[in-house]
Design a protein. Structure first.
Length: 71
C-alpha cells in the first residue's frame, strides 16, 4: 500500500519516525540542556533562577515562569 494513503501514525511507524509532539519535546529538552550548560545564545537567567530559600530534590534551580513573556 502507498504511504500517502496510510493514516499519519501508520506512516510514522513504517518510516520509523517520531510524532511531531515527540520531536518538539526532544527539541525543548535539547534547548534546556544548551541553556543550562551555556552553549546557547539564550541567557540562563531568561528562563531559570537560583532558589536560595530551599532545595527541591537537592537541585537549586527553579523555572522562572514569571520571567517568561506570554504573547
Amino acid at each position: 500500500m502507498e504511504l500517502r494513503k496510510l493514516p499519519y501514525l501508520r506512516r510514522l511507524e513504517q518510516l520509523k519516525l517520531w510524532t511531531l509532539e515527540e520531536r518538539r519535546v526532544r527539541a525543548d529538552l535539547i534547548k534546556v540542556y544548551k541553556i543550562v550548560h551555556g552553549i546557547s545564545s539564550v541567557s540562563f537567567d531568561t528562563f531559570f533562577e537560583y532558589n536560595n530559600y530551599e532545595t527541591t530534590r537537592q537541585w537549586s534551580l527553579t523555572e522562572a515562569y514569571e520571567k517568561q513573556s506570554v504573547n
